[in-house]
Design a protein around this ligand. Structure first.
Ligand SMILES: Cc1cc2nc3c(=O)[nH]c(=O)nc-3n(C[C@H](O)[C@H](O)[C@H](O)COP(=O)(O)O)c2cc1C
Length: 173
């Protein structure tokens, strides 16, 4: 069984990115499990919180990624770039320099927007940044008008094209 750790870059209760992560187990191929890591308790990166001072949530996050076969960033696009939460996650996981838990992991990026952009700008940014840490970006999935593509009352991807793109993306792990 392969394990993919999934991070939502939004703590908003009705976050589309979080809801897509919740839908992923129903789309994953046999032999692939999705471990949703909740970032709510992870503090802002601070170099004083390294070594023996590491917060328990940081240790848990780094351990989960170190033991995983891949990482999925469900990354909202904020002002054409990262949400602070996604950036913070990348920062924690790429330290200590040269040896962060993210190094060498296969990565999938999912970014969706209610507007017409589809999250392509943050996807491009992540795709450019992550190879610096020897990450292979195995799949990028974007979707615009996402509020029309997820059921209003459940964490179900109702749009066939988006569901297929997510399924294919997971299969690429
Ligand atoms: C600070 C901020 C900046 C945003 N900037 C963009 C943007 O550059 N492009 C875009 O398509 N949507 C932008 N949006 C709208 C987000 O795509 C939308 O709020 C989305 O639902 C956020 O993801 P979530 O549903 O997982 O919270 C922005 C939203 C916020 C709060």
């Amino acid at each position: 069984m392969k394990t993919i750790v999934a991070f939502s870059g939004s703590t908003r209760a009705a976050s589309f990115h979080t809801r897509i992560i919740r839908a992923l187990p129903g789309l994953a191929p046999d032999g692939l499990q999705i471990a949703h890591f909740d970032l709510a308790d992870v503090p802002f990166y601070n170099q004083d919180l390294e070594g023996d001072a590491q917060p328990s949530a940081v240790i848990a996050m780094r351990t989960a990624v170190a033991e995983a076969d891949g990482v999925l960033f469900a990354a909202p696009e904020y002002n054409g770039s990262y949400s602070a939460l996604t950036k913070n996650t990348v920062d924690w996981l790429t330290r200590p320099m040269g040896g962060g838990a993210l190094r060498g992991k296969k990565v999938m990026v999912v970014s969706v927007t209610p507007g017409p952009g589809g999250g392509q700008r943050i996807s491009k940014t992540l795709s450019e940044v992550l190879p610096f840490f020897d990450n292979e970006v195995v799949s990028v999935v974007n979707a615009a008008t996402v509020h029309e593509k997820i059921a209003a009352d459940s964490d179900t991807v109702t749009d066939a094209d988006l569901a297929v793109a997510l399924r294919d993306g997971l299969a690429s792990f």
